[in-house]
Write a protein that binds this ligand. Sequence first.
Ligand SMILES: N[C@@H](CCC(=O)N[C@@H](CS)C(=O)NCC(=O)O)C(=O)O
Length: 235
Amino acid sequence: MADLSSFPITSRWPAKNPDIIQLYSLPTPNGVKISIALEELSLPYEAHRIAFDANEQKSPEFLSLNPNGRIPAIIDPNGPGGKPIGLFESGAILIYLAEKTGKLIPADAARRYETLCWVMFQMGGVGPMFGQFGHFFKFAAEKVANNSYPVERYRDESKRLLGVLETRLEGRQWLMGDEYTIADIATYPWVEGARKFYGGGEVLEYKSFPNVLAWLERGLARPAARKGIEIPRKE
Ligand SMILES: N[C@@H](CCC(=O)N[C@@H](CS)C(=O)NCC(=O)O)C(=O)O
């Protein structure tokens, strides 16, 4: 049985089965990337729900795994060289899982790097811009009631990014063509989140991005996505 006692996070969220991947998360756009990927890869894992309302992501135990205090984070008891490894940042975790299994990433080197370009496009573009849009449009709407600039700025940038996706998806089923990859798993939870959690579908004019909408529905319809998008569930 793997010994995870060197990871202080396991003292607060104990592993029932320390031999399988431990996921610390919440069903947010960044969190579900990892549960969707784990489901898609059929990797056994144990999900621990990190309660934002209790600020658990900023607890010393959580910070010991991710000093940035944000979900998702994982421990893989069977990391490189068979040793346990802790990881944070959803993009890094997705790349790790893809490389560990040789799945959800093309084998061909050039296509592999192209996939990573799209993963980084999500990590540096879609996630942060959509997140800021959601912040000002929904959560801080009252604070910016007298200043339309923040919403306009992130709305326009989010729409621009949707336009980039729209062009990329012209004639392609997935971001990498016929191959479903971590680039898709990194991105469509955010496109869904902006619509579902922020209620931004109209303001962001989703209807004018038909390729994106069709790709989003294809992604959401996958059994692994339907399951992963709700993990970790509330007890
Ligand atoms: N770049 C990070 C972003 C993670 C992130 O922003 N997670 C959010 C949830 S989607 C979070 O933990 N927020 C809690 C907080 O900021 O305290 C990643 O992709 O893992």
